[in-house]
Design a protein around this ligand. Structure first.
Ligand code: HEM
Length: 173
């Protein structure tokens, strides 16, 4: 049956590797342009205090769920099965859980942004999970004071928002 259909409607010719390459180059140029746009416009970012972040701890039905890693606040609502009320990683949300993620620990003493005394391996693991899970899966909604402000409360001049071009592209469409 399938063979007959194929005879009537022959498959369109595969694009040549040349045209595929051209499409890839265009896509790269497009993404780079978007990324630059975001930097140039430097959109205002939302600053979360600890108290504000606590309100998004998954306990309130219908509220989004937020979690910070390395001072970056992610909307992890689409991972409700991990982070929602009663879910296995609910302890990580409504706060900055950098240390817990780095150590893969749910010990209450690790549910902090404190990275003191972490091993090189734990810091490497943290960066890997930050990139491949959090930045890849969850949109950034803001930053904690630790990331945006200096200890004396003045703005941190070195602050640079994280790039998340795949979410920007999704928003465009
Ligand atoms: C017996 C121990 C554990 C088992 C069997 C386990 C298993 C899993 C599984 C199956 C996933 C889902 C992977 C996926 O579908 O993408 C996952 C994700 C994850 N686990 Fe665990 N886990 C354990 C302990 C822990 C601990 C102690 C932490 C502490 C931080 C942790 C943090 C995470 C995180 C952050 C994710 C990613 C969730 C996401 O995609 O948003 N896990 N784990």
């Amino acid at each position: 049956m399938r063979a007959r259909q194929n005879r009537k409607f022959p498959r369109p010719a595969r694009p040549s590797s040349m045209s595929t390459a051209r499409v890839c180059v265009l896509l790269v140029v497009f993404s780079v342009t978007l990324a630059e746009d975001v930097n140039v416009k430097s959109k205002p970012v939302r600053l979360f205090t600890e108290e504000e972040l606590e309100r998004f701890d998954g306990t309130q039905e219908g509220q989004p769920i937020y979690m910070a890693v390395k001072g970056v606040v992610f909307d992890v609502t689409r991972g409700k099965e991990f982070y929602g009320k009663g879910a296995p990683y609910n302890a990580l949300v409504g706060k900055d859980s950098t240390r817990a993620v780095a150590k893969m620990s749910l010990d209450p003493s690790d549910l902090t942004s404190d990275t003191a005394d972490l091993t090189d391996e734990q810091l490497k693991s943290l960066d890997q999970i930050f990139e491949s899970t959090y930045k890849a899966k969850y949109p950034i909604v803001g930053y904690t004071a630790a990331r945006i402000l200096n200890q004396d409360g003045s703005p941190n001049k070195d602050f640079k928002p994280e790039n998340q071009p795949h979410f920007q592209i999704k928003d465009e469409f």
